[in-house]
Design a protein around this ligand. Structure first.
Ligand code: NAP
Ligand code: ZN
Length: 352
């Protein structure tokens, strides 16, 4: 039997989110049924709900920073027990046989992954609905264990903001002595500061917002550079091994390329689309600099990040909200008025 559940959905790019009832699939033998306790609010939820990237399907239940407890497991599930704390991020399926999947890089699945929401399950054709809801049914391959020593509400943003910043830090081998910069102090940015610091890097924050200095230092930044201040920007030319750029909108990346050391890489994780103004290749050629992109992270890497956070006691700085506050929270996030991630307490989901 399909599972009928409550959630919060938007019906169009212009509408507010509201209560919505829908069916989740009948659990398969390899499925875990999860009672959702908390769901983080990612800037991607706004991009998707408002169709910023095109391809939005409605009704849409956003949410891909899901933490909950196992309610039920299928007969073939081996890794999870009822009652365990678990997480689900941006992906709920992938082909499982291409080269990328074989390497645990499900986010780059050559045959197309299945997103947690705004997608279609390839097995039964049902739309996928995200974590702004009471319960979710997910194949055990796409479920991760959340260390029990972490506060579950503050751990929810690790499932997207955490892994999206962890993956480039690991891919570009950040460790003791690395010089890392982060552009933008929001949900992703604050996790990047914490994780880079815990990996041993010397960390700099680029922000356009004066007034974030104290928070940035507390979160792990050794240095803060106001990106709107030309003198401060000149002071950090040719310095960084890695820059993680989390800005959600088109912006000039050339001034940041100038701050890369020889052989350094700027990784875009926020903005999707053509760069404007264009990228100038001259400084890249002259100093073997690179501009790259990175998408969330695979399942093994997500578990690695959660285990690392468990060992180091790292979680997100959150503001817990009720489900009915979601529309106001979207507006506040658009104004960068959040320190530093909203997390929905799912017990607040209204009855219908
Ligand atoms: P967020 O909490 O809104 O933070 C974005 C930060 O960027 C802001 O706090 C602000 O920091 C800076 N910023 C905002 N607008 C700006 C502008 N117009 N110009 C310059 N800086 C600006 O968002 P988030 O949840 O961290 O997400 C960031 C982006 O990453 C979104 O586009 C999201 O869709 C994307 N994302 C990508 C992946 C992936 O896999 N690649 C995964 C998750 C999210 P300051 O005030 O400090 O400047
Ligand atoms: Zn996200």
């Amino acid at each position: 039997m399909a599972l009928n559940v409550r959630g919060y959905a938007t019906q169009s790019a212009q509408s507010a989110l509201g209560l919505f009832r829908f069916d989740r699939r009948e659990p398969r033998a390899t499925d875990v049924v999860i009672d959702i306790l908390y769901c983080g609010v990612c800037h991607s939820d706004i991009h998707n709900a408002r169709n910023d990237w095109g391809g939005a399907n409605y009704p849409m239940v956003p949410g891909h920073e899901i933490v909950g407890r196992v309610r039920q497991v299928g007969a073939a599930v081996t890794r999870f027990k009822v009652g365990e704390a678990v997480g689900v991020g941006c992906l709920v399926d992938s082909c499982q046989h291409c080269g990328a999947c074989a390497r645990g890089l499900e986010q780059y699945c050559e045959n197309g992954f299945t997103l947690t929401y705004n997608d279609v399950d390839p097995h039964d054709g049902m739309p996928t609905f995200g974590g702004y809801s009471e319960r979710i049914v997910v194949s055990e391959k796409f479920v991760v264990k959340v260390p029990e020593n972490l506060d579950l509400a503050s751990a929810a943003p690790l499932l997207c903001a955490g892994i999206t910043t962890w993956s480039p830090l690991r891919h570009w081998k950040v460790g003791t002595g690395s010089k890392v910069a982060v552009v933008g102090l929001g949900g992703l940015g604050h996790m990047a500061l914490k994780l880079a610091k815990a990996l041993g890097a010397e960390v700099t924050l680029f922000t356009r917002s004066a007034g974030k200095e104290d928070d940035a230092r507390r979160l792990g930044a050794d240095h803060i550079v106001l990106s709107t201040d030309a003198v401060q920007m000149t002071g950090v030319q040719n310095v960084f091994d890695l820059i993680v750029d989390t800005v959600p909108y088109v912006h000039d990346v050339n001034p940041y390329v100038a701050t890369l050391a020889i052989g350094g890489t700027l990784v875009l994780v926020g903005y999707l689309g053509p760069l404007e103004p264009m990228l100038n290749s001259a400084p890249m050629v002259m100093n073997r600099k690179a501009v790259a992109g990175s998408l969330i992270g695979g399942l093994p890497e997500t578990q690695e990040m959660l285990d690392f956070c468990g060992q180091h006691g790292i979680t997100s700085d959150i503001e817990v909200i009720r489900m009915e506050d979601i529309n106001v929270s979207f507006e506040r996030m658009l104004k960068s008025d959040v320190k530093y991630r909203f997390v929905i307490e799912m017990t607040s989901l209204p009855a219908d």
